[in-house]
Design a protein around this ligand. Structure first.
Ligand code: P6P
Length: 335
């Protein structure tokens, strides 16, 4: 069997080969990976660790926080604040940005994360995950403000997620393709298990919460209806449906075997562009998908081109196999 390549060796060799990973960014990625290992251990304990259930509090989204949401958030903050690689952090679980305390050296990177995506699945033992995005702090500004975080997804310098499922797998891009690392619990390290991940351009599998069908806009209704017509319909083939209600798990399936994931705008909350968050869910996932040959739009625009105006703003998400995303987008923007 080929020798195991650890995450550390992979990052050192990538740094040496093409300079894609400056040393501070390499440190950042290794610290985030170590934090994900700790979160994985907490998740795996479940009821034995007294970490299931509600924390009896709400986050900035107005959602009830699970105990593990708060634990994961604290793990990421504590793991990253002292390293000297960050200027500040932002999290789905915190109203405002978190400045690195003055007692620690300040770095040039901004780290954004959803510490535990898919919280509704925690108590029923279904895969969940951590999503993270890395931006560079804009030059010149002495301090750090929320405004420094409001950069389009195309400005990311690294993005990834860690899915806590039957395996704990870290999936990462620094702009040179997508790599997957599986946690070897005996060694306690992430080991490279797939490089140059590619999403097939076509698929027969879609992921959407069908219970919202009556609330969708017409283009989404048209696309799903055509899929449901199967071989006898305009698509000329039968489709399969999956919906795990953990974006990390649905995106991992799409990176592994193709498919299209949709959380579109719907008329339940017409003033919100969508349910998912742009900065620390849609942007990192969209960059990973594009780096693997897929596509990601909000129905009308490439997600990575969206200029954010608020830290916790939401967005409609259509991502995955390029030909399917292009088709759905074309339904939204008829010629
Ligand atoms: P629904 C999890 O709460 C999440 O943010 C995504 O991970 C997931 O895709 C979506 O919401 C599930 O939403 O409305 O189906 O529960």
């Amino acid at each position: 069997m080929a020798s195991k390549i650890s995450l550390t060796r992979f990052l050192v060799e990538q740094q040496r080969v093409d300079g894609h990973i400056p040393s501070q960014l390499r440190l950042l990625l290794e610290v985030v990976a170590r934090a994900c290992k700790s979160i994985s251990q907490a998740v795996n304990k479940g009821a034995l660790g007294g970490v299931l259930g509600s924390a009896e509090s709400e986050n900035v989204q107005g959602e009830v926080q699970k105990k593990l949401d708060i634990i994961a958030n604290e793990v990421l903050i504590e793991a990253n604040e002292w390293g000297g690689h960050l200027a500040a952090m932002a999290s789905e679980e915190m109203d405002s940005i978190y400045l690195v305390p003055n007692r620690y050296p300040q770095g040039e990177y901004l780290l954004l994360f959803d510490p535990l995506d898919g919280s509704s699945n925690i108590d029923v033992n279904v895969s969940i995950g951590t999503i993270f995005s890395v931006l560079k702090k804009p030059e010149g500004s002495p301090g750090v403000t929320e405004q420094d975080f409001l950069q389009a997804g195309a400005q990311q310098v690294a993005a990834g997620y860690c899915v806590y499922g039957p395996q704990t797998t870290l999936v990462l891009t620094v702009g040179d393709g997508v790599s997957m690392f599986t946690l070897d619990r005996e060694q306690g390290s992430f080991v490279l298990t797939q490089e140059n991940v590619r999403i097939p351009a076509d698929t027969k599998e879609f992921a959407i919460n069908m219970s919202n069908m009556r609330h969708w806009d017409e283009p989404v209704k048209r696309y799903i209806d055509e899929c449901l017509q199967g071989k006898e319909g305009p698509r000329g083939k039968d489709f399969n449906m999956r919906w795990i209600a953990s974006m990390v798990a649905d995106v991992h399936r799409i990176l592994t075997r193709g498919g299209v994931f949709m959380y579109p705008w719907d008329k339940r909350e017409p003033n919100k562009p969508g349910k998912l968050r742009l900065m620390y869910e849609a942007n990192p996932m969209s960059w990973l998908v594009e780096q693997a040959g897929g596509a990601a739009t909000n129905g009308r625009q490439r997600i990575l081109d969206i200029q954010p105006s608020q830290l916790h703003e939401r967005v409609s998400v259509i991502l995955g196999s390029k030909n399917e995303v292009d088709r759905i987008t074309s339904y939204h923007t008829p010629l």
